[in-house]
Design a binder for this molecule. Structure first.
Ligand code: NAD
Length: 253
């Protein structure tokens, strides 16, 4: 039980096969009381109701559009009212769009950057004051191998740019907030089998991608959840500003 008595907020944790949902389940199994914040409010409540029970109170789900500052603040207010101190924030929400540079419209750029990068800022801003008042906390931010290698398989250049921006933002927050006891780290997964790829991953593509992965398989949501657990827990008490690759060796650098 690595998170006994802790409270955790996870964005983008409503989708059934997603990384956020797997993380919420793992955190609850480790004793954390969890709040799921997702753009799909009903799915967030349903997902929270399905998590393993903990002694400190019910898990909760709230609607939150991470790209909207007012929505982030409202969700944070509701979560803090119910939980009191927030110990862990997982900035996991994200969307992708597999298009090429010349096909990125202004609207696409704004949307992809807003959800993947600006959302990390807005949600962090909404919870940092509470963490600071309560002696610190751990924030983990979702980036991607796409940020490191110049495109993954399903993200366009705007997605790579937004996920690379997350790395800089997280490192800067880590430097600024270390003195008040808030650690900030990032995760950079390779290709993880969730619904974010839609139906675009054909068996042929899958086989071709696996040829470039030393561990010879695609990632599972649980593989990333395990790293979030490490970053959320006191096992990583002396880790901040770090980037954790979770890619089966797809990118060794
Ligand atoms: P997913 O589609 O299952 O999960 C994304 C979740 O984010 C969904 O629950 C969705 O409702 C929610 N969401 C979307 N827009 C939102 C918004 N504006 N505000 C709040 N919630 C919103 O996909 P996933 O693969 O589990 O993705 C989780 C994160 O992991 C994303 O940030 C994604 O970019 C990142 N990632 C995924 C992979 C992969 O291969 N699956 C690789 C690297 C990084």
């Amino acid at each position: 039980m690595l998170l006994q008595g802790k409270t955790a907020v996870i964005s983008g944790a409503a989708s059934r096969r997603g990384i956020g949902r797997a993380t919420a389940e793992l955190f609850a199994q480790h004793g954390a009381r969890v709040a799921i914040l997702d753009i799909d409010g009903n799915a967030a409540s349903e997902a929270a109701a399905c998590l393993p029970a903990v002694g400190s109170g019910a898990h909760l789900g709230f609607r939150c559009d991470v790209a909207d500052r007012t929505s982030c603040q409202a969700a944070a207010d509701a979560t803090i009212k119910a939980f009191g101190a927030i110990n862990i924030l997982i900035n996991n929400a994200g969307i992708t769009q597999p298009v090429k540079t010349l096909d990125i419209s202004e609207q696409d750029w704004q949307r992809i950057v807003a959800v993947n990068m600006t959302g990390v800022l807005y949600l962090s801003q909404a919870f940092i004051p509470n963490m600071r008042e309560n002696g610190g906390g751990s924030i983990a931010c979702m980036s991607s191998v796409s940020a490191q290698r110049g495109g993954g398989i399903f993200g366009g250049p705007h997605y790579s740019a937004a996920k690379a921006g997350v790395l800089g933002l997280a490192k800067a927050m880590a430097r600024e907030l270390g003195p008040v006891g808030i650690r900030v780290n990032s995760v950079t997964p390779g290709l993880i089998q969730t619904d974010i790829t839609g139906d675009k991953l054909t068996p042929e593509m899958r086989d071709e991608i696996i040829k470039g992965i030393p561990l010879s398989r695609l990632g599972e949501a649980r593989d990333v959840a395990n790293i979030y657990l490490f970053l959320a827990s006191d096992l990583s008490a002396y880790v901040t500003g770090a980037v954790m690759d979770v890619n089966g060796g797809m990118l060794i650098h």
